[in-house]
Design a protein around this ligand. Structure first.
Ligand code: SF4
Length: 473
């Protein structure tokens, strides 16, 4: 499971497969239902009713032990689940009860099975080269049908304070250049195009060298504005890229400091200059609204920055007599587990709608620029699913039965959804996901929250010499 929005879809998948949705309705003849992916290791609690086993961490590190254990026991037996729960990084939700305070916050989690560990420690692959992650089946029936995807970097050491993936996948790891080049050769032989996968690809230390060793086309997702090089842009232009994405995230320098983006306006304009200067006509800029401490001035700064980027675009486009498009992709901030902002409330949907309307109106006055965004009401649902506890499982089942009507389902169940989404949580509150240990210490996250409010910069990871956050112990 990679996205919260798929939670309802997975219930439909179970129904279509003829598998009872809830664990207690299943018999020994039903398959073992296993949850994996990033949603399984930041907060699986809303899905606790539907899965027998949850794999907390990076799959290739643990899947062998899970399969071996499955083969040793008969399906459906309590012994199988007991044996599973003894594997580090494997969580069996039915072995725990959750107790709540009168105000609806979590009071405690009680293990009802003696074998069940109190905390589940996330499993992390040490060395990417042992099992490089790459496309297993190339088929026209997928989104990336024309390219062989290869993960050359996992984790990001930049510590952007809103980014859950950044914290969950620490420490940053890179596929060695020779292994990455092997993947590129494979891509050349299979389909002539490699899609490089990683959180911050322009941070990959040998990116220019790797690009020089790739014969065929190269694709990437997005780049960090402060680490794009001329060589990389040249290679992407040669591969026929017509659009490049960069993520300033916030319009103002002040707010970028709050979120520890570490990218200046100068970096962004320099990256735009490299991209347009190399004849790549379109640029996509990712922004977030509703970030902690954001003011209307910060929202207006998105437009001011976009206009400056457009000036750079025009400078290159005028002599050619053709101009591409700048797309602003603006999403709402969702305070996610395991980030320094996990205690923050999400902004009201009405206020986020107003900000989106303000931006839409401003963009309409600028030529060759457009804006896209998710609807804040769905981002509210995303927040609910990422920040909820086991009670959200009942809601998911009701939404599934009611054909997607969230409001009616919540009303029928008498659930106050704002309790999960819009409430500021105390540092001493037991959070529904606290039982998972991703390695990053809670006091580190609290300190990062304070540093955010002070606009203090936290430098990137220095793996090998640093023990700051708790991961590299
Ligand atoms: S201990 Fe230091 S280097 Fe390791 S993940 Fe944490 S911040 Fe990064």
């Amino acid at each position: 499971m990679s996205f919260e929005q798929d939670y309802v879809n997975v219930l439909e998948i179970l129904r279509l497969a003829g598998i009872p949705l809830q664990k207690e309705e299943r018999t020994d003849d039903d398959p073992l239902v296993v949850l994996g992916g990033i949603c399984a290791f930041f907060n699986p609690e809303p899905l606790a009713d539907f899965f027998d086993v949850v794999i907390v961490g990076e799959g290739e590190e643990v899947i062998g032990e899970v399969i071996a254990t499955y083969q040793e026991h008969s399906n459906g037996s309590r012994d199988l689940l007991r044996a599973m729960s003894r594997i580090p990084g494997v969580y069996v939700p039915e072995f725990y009860d959750v107790v709540y305070h009168d105000d609806g916050t979590v009071k405690d989690r009680i293990a009802v099975e003696t074998a069940a560990p109190v905390r589940i420690i996330k499993r992390t692959v040490k060395e990417l080269g042992s099992t490089p992650a790459a496309t297993a089946i190339l088929t026209p029936n997928t989104e990336f049908s024309d390219r062989y995807l290869s993960e050359i970097a996992r984790g990001c050491g930049r510590h952007c304070r809103f980014c859950m993936a950044g914290y969950l996948y620490l420490p940053p790891r890179n596929l060695q250049i020779d292994k990455a080049a092997e993947q590129a050769n494979k891509a050349d032989a299979l389909c002539g195009r490699i899609g490089l996968v990683g959180a911050a690809l322009s941070d990959y230390p040998d990116i220019d060298d790797l690009c020089a060793r790739i014969e065929g086309g190269v694709s990437i997702s997005s780049l960090r504005a402060d680490s794009v090089s001329q060589a990389l842009i040249d290679r992407l232009a040669k591969s026929g890229h017509k659009t490049i994405s960069i993520a300033p995230e916030a319009g103002s320098e002040r707010l970028r400091q709050v979120i520890n983006k570490g990218v200046t306006e100068e970096d962004i304009l320099r990256a735009a200059d490299l991209i347009f200067g190399r004849g790549i006509p379109n640029l996509k800029l990712y922004f977030i609204v509703g970030l902690p401490t954001e003011t209307q001035d910060d929202v207006a700064a998105i437009i001011a920055l976009a206009e400056k980027v457009r000036e750079v675009q025009l400078r290159h486009a005028r002599p050619l007599g053709r101009i591409g498009r700048i797309t602003l992709s603006v999403n709402s901030f969702v305070p996610k587990p395991f980030t320094p902002f996990q205690w923050e409330p999400m902004e009201a949907v009405e206020d986020l709608n107003k900000k989106q309307r303000f931006l839409e109106k401003a963009v309409r006055k600028i030529g060759n620029m457009n804006i896209i965004h998710d609807l804040p009401k769905w981002e509210y649902v995303q927040a609910l699913l990422s920040r909820g506890d086991r009670r959200i499982g009942r809601l998911l089942k009701a939404v599934h039965e009611k054909g997607g009507d969230w409001k009616k389902a919540a009303k029928d169940l008498g659930l106050d959804l704002d309790h999960f989404v819009k409430r500021r949580r105390g540092f001493d509150e037991v959070l529904p996901w606290d039982f998972i240990d991703i390695g990053v210490r809670k006091d580190y996250l609290i300190n990062e929250y304070q540093r955010a409010l002070e606009g203090k910069f936290t430098p990137p990871c220095r793996v090998g010499t640093c023990k700051t956050c708790g991961v590299c112990t």
